[in-house]
Design a protein around this ligand. Structure first.
Ligand code: MN
Length: 292
């Protein structure tokens, strides 16, 4: 199989969510801008508290996972189970909504920079109604690997295979087998990594740019663009003229129908209608089969 090339580019568009948090949405801006199993990618990046201070008050989810990676800032998660979690700079919250969670995500600062990502990863049909669960992963639990040729990788999910050494990240064993790396490269330095053929993958630069592809087939991918990769068994990209910092995501596609209604993602319209009834009757998060 060849090295993956840049196949399609989705420019992030400014939008707002929650109680008015300003963010940039690339994946998930429409039903056609998904990449199975990835449903949505939101990037928030601002020094202006007015852009984030209202946060995300209590809201529900069902049927997928939300992964929040904080680059700068401090948010507090609270859910209906009474769990609270602190999301601090460099940390990740990996939440599986399963059959239902009602939670809030609120800034714990009144000034300063807030920067990070929220990624939605779909769950397979047979796992959509499992119990909700989450993991708070501190920055110190995320391996940082310096590359021999320059640059460095933070391994959030999957395993980095570099310079003859394998470095597993804290997240493993999910059906979608996600790989989630934060890769920083000086200008002209190349990062090359194996990715299973058939897995869907994309790159999102959030500082500088990268040139994606091997040798003469390189194409520049600018800041705030999701670059969807063609199939292949490895990925290759180099830091642009001012260097580049990207998140690299890959995962096993589920190849199942998707029916989404806001924060609910199921396989059929009937399941979505049931979900809305469960939410309205207050049984979204309970283990009883609603309506039975
Ligand atoms: Mn949420």
């Amino acid at each position: 199989m060849p090295t993956r090339t840049l196949q399609r580019v989705i420019a992030a568009i400014p939008t707002s969510d929650g109680a008015g948090v300003k963010l940039q949405r690339s994946l998930g801006q429409s039903n056609w801008a998904r990449l199975d199993p990835f449903l949505m990618l939101d990037h928030f990046s601002t020094d202006n508290p007015d852009d984030y201070i209202a946060g995300f008050p209590a809201h529900p989810h069902r049927g997928f996972e939300t992964v929040t990676y904080m680059l700068d800032g401090h948010m507090r998660h609270q859910d209906h189970l009474g769990n609270t979690g602190d999301l601090k700079a460099g940390g990740v919250q990996w939440m599986s909504a399963g059959r239902g969670i009602i939670h809030s995500e609120m800034p714990q600062q009144e000034a300063g920079r807030m920067r990070g990502f929220q990624l939605w990863i779909n769950l397979p049909a047979k796992e959509k109604m499992k119990a909700a669960a989450y993991r708070d992963i501190q920055a110190t639990e995320i391996p940082v690997v310096e590359l021999a040729g320059g640059g460095r990788v933070k391994v959030i999910a999957g395993t980095l295979d570099s310079d003859g050494k394998r470095t597993p990240g804290p997240i493993h064993g999910l059906t979608t087998d996600p790989l989630y790396f934060d890769v920083e490269l000086p200008a002209g330095v190349t990062f090359r990594h194996a990715l299973p053929a058939g897995y869907h993958a994309f790159v999102y630069p959030f500082e500088g740019s990268v040139a994606v592809g091997a040798g003469g087939a390189q194409k520049i991918l600018a800041t705030h663009h999701a670059g969807i990769l063609s199939d292949g068994d490895e990925v290759e990209f180099s830091g642009g003229p001012d260097g580049g910092r990207v998140i690299l995501l890959a995962g096993r596609p589920l190849l199942e129908p998707i029916v989404q209604y806001g924060p609910f993602v199921m396989n059929t319209r009937e399941e979505i209608e049931q979900t809305v009834r469960d939410y309205q009757s207050g049984t979204l998060t309970t283990t009883e089969t609603a309506g039975a």
